[in-house]
Design a protein around this ligand. Structure first.
Ligand code: DGJ
Length: 541
């Protein structure tokens, strides 16, 4: 069955579903409408407002340090690892206690769960394989560099490694199917940042044989080339890296296909990115993963993976936005499953959603005091619950009550979002919606023109607009000024507000708390740092 289905087919599948519990809780799915996507949970569009916990935090002993941080952030979903070394301590004996604990606790804390399958690859290495595999190097070999020492990564050409990973992943998926009829688990990440550092491709005997053969048809199709022949003939200088991507994608495709056959949940692969602006040469990024140069290859070779998801750890505006553009493709639904939790990243929440993303998830959200360099300093880790997280809390507090509506409008192409550029002034953004354009400026006072478009210090502004009707919009912002101007067939006329209501949705109905007018609207719609949602009805004179 094709993985990505139009919404109507999904609905039919749900209606015809013979299993009572599944009819009540249809399977989570990635649905497509034109070139846009949504994740559906319980049959309705769902926006992932997520928190990923630290790598070693998914234990019963550490979860008490996870929940307060997760709850303070007001997320609807957590991402947590399943450790292969823990799940299959003895070969062929599966212990799901850790998985069951995560599902049980997520359910009781009222959040959905995305499981991260830490197996053959975790940041390119095999550090999470069970000990009985680590002790059997002959059966589960490492990648060999060209004439050099073995690389700290398992060979994707080992049938034995593939077989064990596939068996274990299928066991996990079968177990979820048997125990999670309510679909607390909504997605599974297959492996973690697969690929390797320290070599561009495997030079083991098995790899060398395959490298001399012709490039498989799926790779040619995915890379959009009509050339045929050996890897070197078709891809020249780039042959080594593309070959490694094919090997890793083929391995993961087999794991994913078997897992999906056991239990048809959405599956994704996360990506350690190459520099989106100045990538340099193969070898300067993790080799084998779904970097932007091989997205077509991965989509063609691994069709049982629903999407390839960028982990974004570059807070610079040009890099962040370029990455969103690269991964939001007609053939690839966007999802940001990891991003930095430093304040500089918080302003990208709305822009990410405005790119059609299925969700946005800062990494390292727990109070274990574990941290990794891109996440900030040890002090930053300790400061998780204080000012450092304020804008992340703001984003989620604002979006949580309207997350389903935003996902639904996003599927219809009605949502746009922007983040403040950290380049030189002027700091301004434009969005176009039919007969209206929206100008966003940053760092302005709420009354008067102030210092123009010089921006915020530090840079932190963002804005989100969702179109409800031709002249009706939901509007939110952070440290930004939002101005609607007539355009299209309204060009030349003057805008007037028919109503600017602050409020929110309660049980699906808009509830107004007050009307904005006077100083609150005469110089644009000015947002400070308190979560405020406006419903704006526009007219002209
Ligand atoms: C990306 C990985 O996917 C995570 O598991 C974690 O190692 C972070 N990097 C660390 O910053």
């Amino acid at each position: 069955m094709k993985v990505l289905r139009p919404a109507s087919v999904l609905l039919l599948a749900v209606l015809l579903c013979p299993v009572v519990s599944y009819a009540q809780h249809p399977l989570p799915a990635v649905v497509r409408q034109g070139d846009r996507y949504a994740l559906t949970v319980d049959g309705a569009p769902y926006l992932i407002l997520g928190a990923q916990i630290n790598n070693s935090s998914a234990f019963e002993a550490t979860m008490p340090q996870v929940w307060p941080a997760v709850e303070a952030l007001n997320v609807n979903t957590i991402e947590a690892p399943v450790y292969w070394e823990e799940m299959e301590r003895e070969r062929g004996h599966f212990d799901f206690a850790q998985v069951d604990m995560l599902v049980r606790q997520s359910r009781s804390h009222g959040v959905r769960l995305i499981l991260l399958w830490f197996a053959t690859w975790k940041n390119g290495s095999g550090h999470y394989i069970p000990q009985w595999m680590k002790l059997d190097e002959a059966s589960y070999p490492h990648v060999l560099s060209a004439g050099g020492p073995p690389v700290d990564s398992l060979s994707p050409h080992s049938e034995a490694t593939l077989k064990q990973d596939r068996l274990a992943f299928v066991a996990l998926m079968q177990h979820l199917k048997a125990t999670d009829a309510a679909h607390t688990v909504i997605m599974v990440q297959v492996e973690n940042e697969p690929g390797m550092y320290g070599a561009v491709r495997d030079h083991s005997p098995a790899a060398e044989r395959l490298f001399q053969q012709n490039v498989p048809e799926a790779v040619l199709r995915g890379m959009g080339t009509t050339a045929t022949g050996s890897w070197k003939t078709v891809f020249g200088d780039q042959a080594d890296g593309f070959f490694q991507s094919w090997a890793v994608a083929s391995f993961i495709e087999q794991v994913a296909a078997a897992g999906k056959a056991a239990y048809n949940l959405p599956l994704y692969v996360n990506v350690a990115l190459r520099d989106p602006l100045n990538p340099g040469k193969q070898g300067s990024w993790e080799s084998g993963g779904a970097t932007d140069d091989v997205l077509g290859l991965w989509r063609a070779v691994a069709p049982h993976i629903d999407l390839l998801a960028p982990d974004i750890y570059s807070p610079e505006y040009a890099k962040y936005i370029r990455t969103l553009d690269l991964y939001a493709r007609p053939d690839n639904p966007l999802l940001v499953p990891e991003t930095g939790r430093q304040p500089a990243y918080a302003r990208y929440c709305f822009a990410t959603i405005g790119h059609g993303s299925l969700g946005w998830t800062p990494f390292g959200i727990d109070a274990t005091s574990d941290y990794n360099p891109p996440q900030g300093t040890a002090e930053g880790a300790a400061r998780l619950d204080t000012d450092a997280m304020a804008q992340f809390r703001y984003n989620f507090a604002l979006l949580k009550p309207i997350s389903g509506l935003i996902a639904q409008l996003n599927l219809a192409g009605k949502v746009k979002g922007v983040a403040e550029d950290d380049g030189p002034a002027p700091h301004l953004d434009h969005m176009a919606f039919g007969d209206w354009t929206v100008d966003v400026t940053y760092g302005r006072p709420h009354f008067g023109e102030g210092r123009g478009t010089g921006g915020n210090t530090p840079v932190r502004g963002e804005a989100l607009i969702a179109q409800l009707g031709p002249d009706e919009y939901l509007v939110a912002g952070y440290a930004s000024r939002i101005v609607f101007q007539p355009a299209g067939k309204l060009a030349g006329r003057h805008r007037q507000f028919l109503a600017v209501e602050e409020g929110n949705y309660v049980a699906g109905k808009w509830v107004r708390s007050r009307i904005w007018n006077g100083d609150q609207t005469d110089y644009g719609l000015n947002f400070a740092t308190a979560p405020r949602l406006l419903r704006v009805t526009l007219g002209t004179y």
